[in-house]
Design a protein around this ligand. Structure first.
Ligand code: HEM
Length: 249
């Protein structure tokens, strides 16, 4: 049978041969825990891919004024985020010494270089030109980040949607206060965005705690100060307007 007429199977649909050949430890032995480290990171990259897919969907649904369906997709995103946060527990079963047994083999590699993580930040409005410039010109990652840098963010799509719902675009804080007081449908949408914001902050917090317990105050393989750098990113809101109005409600 030729490739094109081959019956669909579990293995060929999921490209299992390729998928299962992608976990290649660098340590000699190899060190037992390096497999977990690779699998966890690969799983995260897959979740990042799915998050981007769903975030693009939320934006498109808001652009079509489909707020109910946008909320439904946001709930899926939040569920994925919870799984992503919970997965850090697995890596925390790796002791500092177990990690140090292969850490040197990572050289300068770090989650800091995850372009999909930066893409998520960009869609959410945390855009940075210097983040783009870290990726080689002409590559997939650079092209994806350049595109997302130009594209509108989820917050832009949300404000434009509110504009079509009859809210003035300029007075954001007052608009949000009005929504919370008088418009349950859109207040619900605001709450899901706060959930999303809190979910990302939760991941950052849990990641930095994991980093502190695994490498202490050592610098990161990616060249930053390590936990000290990461602590600065924790608690920084994605949608500051949605937090600022809370004391006025
Ligand atoms: C033993 C486990 C881990 C350690 C010790 C660790 C350590 C670090 C450190 C020190 C940084 C700061 C950048 C640097 O200088 O390298 C960093 C950044 C980062 N790590 Fe991890 N990490 C671990 C696991 C993970 C996992 C499982 C993920 C999931 C993809 C991840 C994703 C990231 C991301 C996205 C950043 C960039 C954060 C930002 O710039 O805001 N890390 N990590």
């Amino acid at each position: 049978m030729s490739e094109t007429t081959q019956a669909v199977t579990y293995a060929n649909y999921l490209k299992l041969e390729e998928l299962l050949s992608l976990q290649q430890p660098r340590s000699s032995g190899p060190e037992h825990d390096e497999m977990l480290f690779i699998v966890i990171h690969q799983v995260y990259e897959l979740w990042f891919k799915q998050l981007l897919h769903e975030l693009d969907r939320v934006k498109a649904l808001l652009e079509q004024d489909e707020s109910h369906r946008a909320q439904h997709t946001l709930k899926r995103i939040l569920t994925i985020l919870k799984v992503m946060v919970a997965q850090l527990d697995i890596l925390e079963t790796m002791t500092p010494l177990e990690f140090l047994s292969f850490r040197a083999r990572l050289e300068a590699a770090s989650g800091f270089q995850s372009d999909q993580f930066r893409q998520i930040e960009f869609v959410l409005g945390l855009k940075s030109e210097s983040a783009i410039n870290r990726f080689p010109e002409g590559g997939r990652a650079r092209a994806a980040l350049e595109r997302r840098y130009r594209e509108s963010t989820l917050w832009d799509a949300f404000l434009q949607y509110l504009g079509r719902e009859g809210y003035p675009a300029a007075a954001v804080p007052q608009t949000l206060i009005d929504i919370y007081r008088n418009d349950p449908k859109n207040a619900e949408l605001c709450e899901r965005l706060v959930d999303l914001d809190e979910g990302i902050q939760e991941w950052r917090y849990r990641h930095v705690k994991m980093v502190e317990r695994t490498i202490g105050a050592r610098p990161g393989t990616g060249g930053s100060a390590g936990a000290a750098y990461l602590r600065e990113t924790v608690g920084r809101p994605i949608f500051p307007d949605l937090w600022a109005i809370r004391s006025q409600l």
